[in-house]
Design a protein around this ligand. Sequence first.
Ligand code: AKB
Length: 330
Amino acid sequence: KSSSILTQYAFKHTGSGKPPKILITGGLGQLGIECAKLMRNEYGDSNVILSDIIKPSDAVVNQGPYIFADILDFKGLQKIVVDHRVDWIIHFSALLSAIGEQNVPLAVRVNIEGVHNVIELAKQYNLRVFVPSTIGAFGPDSPRNPTPNVTVQRPRTIYGVSKVHAELIGEYYYHKFGLDFRCLRFPGVISSDPPGGGTTDYAVAIFHEALKSGKYNCYLKPDTRLPMMYIEDCLRSLLEFMRAPSDQLKRRVYNVTAMSFTPEELVDKLSKYVPDLHVTYNPDSRQDIADSWPQVFDDSEARRDWNWKPKYDLDSLVDLMVRDVKENYI
Ligand code: AKB
């Protein structure tokens, strides 16, 4: 397979002229399977190992290597890195914002201890490591419209606290040990694969419910504005960021986004595809979380430093989601 200029940059990182060997943790969450597809397309099926503690479907196993990996088991992770000669880790394992509030001790273990293991591992074996952060890493004292890259954070969810911790420990390892730590703060990611336990997930669930039953009961108020992006933009930002030469990065943690919208703006667009769509609003505890998060995310530093540019706006997102959900779930 011929490689692009960008790909050659990435290959240089391995020092062997070969494509990087990539391990994806939390591989059966919202982003893992699609991320593996994208990376396999770039670097070859056998160079991308998807992992999780969940038993995979036949479809997952047929797409490429899949292994058991428990991010809380440091020795087990060491063995995987050595046996498979891993170069990059993409660390997706985490409990999201709403579910984290329901099980704080588990969120601490998965989101904080898990990150410690992965970062220490990356340092020991000289790996490039990606950890996603989030708009949830901000809180009620942060400027919300827009929210710049560097500002007051002080989140009020365990998810947010654990993500600020990941950002800081990653940056610390970068400065202290030269670890090639890379972190993007994602907004709500919209994909037809169901996410689990987030605050922005209404914007995924509404497509499934509306296309199945013509109804949706929204847990956020109609005017709750949050930053969002379509999964394809999200994963492309990850790939482009991972490939960016280290000296092009002015920092290790960047905001990225594509758009901001409210439930009522989304309903308005979706009504064009589901004309008698009936949406009710019953805010619950997730409203408090959303009210403490950015409304508009400033990703100008990512645009400036490594040319980040989203492709999809609200119109194209709704169009693609209606197509994806109809094709795969209806
Ligand atoms: C959540 O809502 O918890 C996530 C996020 C924005 O990080 N989707």
